[in-house]
Design a protein around this ligand. Structure first.
Ligand SMILES: Cc1cc2nc3c(=O)[nH]c(=O)nc-3n(C[C@H](O)[C@H](O)[C@H](O)COP(=O)(O)O)c2cc1C
Length: 353
């Protein structure tokens, strides 16, 4: 049952996408995910702003005279090299928010140019756009030769992505970590509504962490799931240990939606995110500047792994269901095992528990 159209389309082992999670780095997570037989995804915003730079530059090399194009090329070459043995499949997440306007072109060009290497072209299969209007970029994405997935937080945005020419839509519900839509529509409602609204394969995002969730998504008409918060708490993930602890500590009521730079975002609760939640209640006009100042400082602290009450931690409601820090391979194997078991018990004739 796990051989879905997503698996066929990408040539991966399991219908799971490791979510892009900028501005933090997901370079190591992408490598572990691709090696484990799911789609690994490189996040780009932190690269472009030079705050989450490629591992190749970590030992103090100067990044300031490198362009977003060069930094993404280095990352993609490094991921390509490190996953060559497993033949892992990976993609790039490029958020299209206005705030990143001057960075986006270089990120697309880096992806297109990286694909000129035949081995990379065989394995760097997808561009995942999000957080903005994809229509102006459709020609650029098509020229890259990669498949095009777009993240949509509403039926309206899913239809727009289909009209723009995307190959697949990722329907992203309100319980997910990171940026969420202004309209609070959750995965249980959004995912089947998007499946009905577009004539494209649909992946569900927001609230998934296990095999039961994956089977539920398939029952709602999806071809797979995208998971962010689950993969933060894995051994290989690039996120700081204090962030992994935060995921483990959170209950199902452990997240809050607050102001972020380009719309509301879901954070794990702490002093700063509760304040960002209050500012969202006041509205973007009144709360924006204080919110963005708090978030900017909080991002720096979360990257440095310091001051857990002033750092910001994007994270979803599903943190409340995560209680360990396994390897990515262990997460994937357990999801596959549980999904097969649940499908047999619940979906097969005579198998209902
Ligand atoms: C730390 C963090 C950073 C994120 N940054 C991005 C991003 O840069 N681009 C994007 O499309 N989505 C981003 N997201 C959303 C994820 O891609 C994904 O859709 C979401 O985490 C799914 O919900 P879940 O956390 O319940 O699994 C982020 C999520 C988290 C938790």
């Amino acid at each position: 049952m796990l051989e879905t159209p997503l698996v066929e389309m990408l040539g991966i082992g399991y219908p799971i996408i490791q979510a892009g999670m900028g501005p933090w780095s997901t370079e190591r997570l992408c490598i572990a995910s691709a090696d484990a037989g799911i789609l690994g995804v490189v996040s780009t915003v932190g690269l472009a702003y030079k705050i989450a730079v490629p591992s190749a530059l970590e030992d103090g090399a100067d990044v300031w005279d490198r362009t977003p194009y060069e930094l993404l090329r280095m990352t993609l070459d490094s991921v390509g090299e490190k996953t060559a043995e497993s033949g892992g499949i990976f993609g790039v997440n490029i958020p299209l928010a206005q705030e990143f306007a001057e960075l986006i072109e270089g990120l697309f060009k880096a992806t297109t140019d990286a694909r000129k290497d035949p081995d990379i072209a065989r394995r760097l299969k997808v561009i995942i756009t999000s957080a903005g209007n994809p229509t102006p970029w459709s020609g650029t994405i098509r020229e890259s030769g990669a498949l095009w997935f777009h993240v949509a937080p509403s039926v309206y945005h899913a239809r727009k992505a289909e009209q723009a020419g995307a190959d697949l839509v990722i329907a992203s519900g309100r319980e997910g970590g990171g940026h969420v839509a202004f309209e609070p529509v959750h995965t249980m409602t959004l995912l089947p509504a998007v499946v009905d609204a577009v004539d494209l394969p649909v992946v569900g995002a927001g609230g998934f962490c296990d095999g039961r969730g994956l089977v539920a998504a398939l029952c709602l008409g999806a071809v797979g799931v995208q998971m962010g918060t689950r993969f933060i708490a894995t051994r290989e993930s690039d996120f700081q240990p204090m962030w992994k602890d935060k995921v483990l500590e959170a209950g199902t009521d452990g997240s809050v939606v607050g102001i972020s730079v380009f719309g509301p975002a879901r954070y794990l609760k702490n002093g700063v995110s509760l304040r960002l939640g209050e500012l969202l209640q006041k509205g973007f006009e009144e709360g924006y500047q204080e919110g963005v100042d708090l978030e900017t400082r909080g991002i720096e602290l979360s990257m440095a792994g310091e001051e857990p009450d002033r750092a910001v931690f994007f994270g979803g409601e599903v943190a409340g269901r995560i209680d360990g820090v396994p390897t990515v391979e262990e997460v994937v194997a357990e999801i596959a095992r549980e999904a097969e078991e649940v499908a047999a018990a619940v979906l097969e004739p005579g198998g209902r528990r």
